[in-house]
Design a protein around this ligand. Structure first.
Ligand code: HEM
Length: 133
């Protein structure tokens, strides 16, 4: 990711934070489970806590995109926990698609090709780190 892309991710994330976070998370999980119902049983029945964790984690990652070194250790730990949740490498693409769709839907007119590319790179970067761990 170059500096322009990091800024695009940060700017669009700031905009999306104007939408109530539980709505963003709910949209994301609804899309994910609609497209891939088999993933639903991996998650708890009650999604409230999960919703909050997702948004908090994404926020903390977006803030630290320009300091990858500190992000990397967290991503390694996160990846190890995900193996314990039964997450397989193929699931990352499914989550990535639902995330991009949520961002596009939530940002409406503020979504464009450059922002899409920046987020795609951002998610690849996170996923690569997690899969390497
Ligand atoms: C960018 C990639 C991802 C991020 C940032 C992320 C973030 C998180 C966070 C912050 C948690 C809370 C628990 C913890 O910190 O260990 C969590 C839990 C979980 N994630 Fe992810 N995740 C990612 C990818 C995935 C993928 C690809 C799947 C596959 C479906 C997945 C499934 C789960 C499950 C099943 C839990 C545990 C739910 C529970 O039992 O409470 N995650 N994730």
């Amino acid at each position: 990711m170059n500096a322009t892309q990091i800024n695009l991710v940060k700017k669009s994330w700031r905009l999306l934070r104007l939408v109530p976070p539980e709505l963003v998370a709910d949209t994301f999980y609804s899309k994910l489970f609609f497209e891939h119902p088999e993933l639903r049983r991996m998650f708890p029945k009650q999604m409230d806590e999960q919703n909050k964790k997702l948004i908090d984690m994404l926020s903390s990652m977006v803030v630290r995109l320009d300091d990858l070194a500190t992000l990397q250790q967290d991503l390694r730990d996160l990846a190890t926990r995900h193996v314990g949740y039964g997450v397989l490498p193929k699931h990352y693409a499914m989550v990535g698609e639902a995330l991009l769709w949520t961002l596009e839907t939530g940002l409406g007119n503020d979504w464009n090709e450059a922002t899409a590319e920046a987020w795609t790179n951002c998610y690849s970067l996170i996923t690569d780190q997690m899969l390497k761990a």
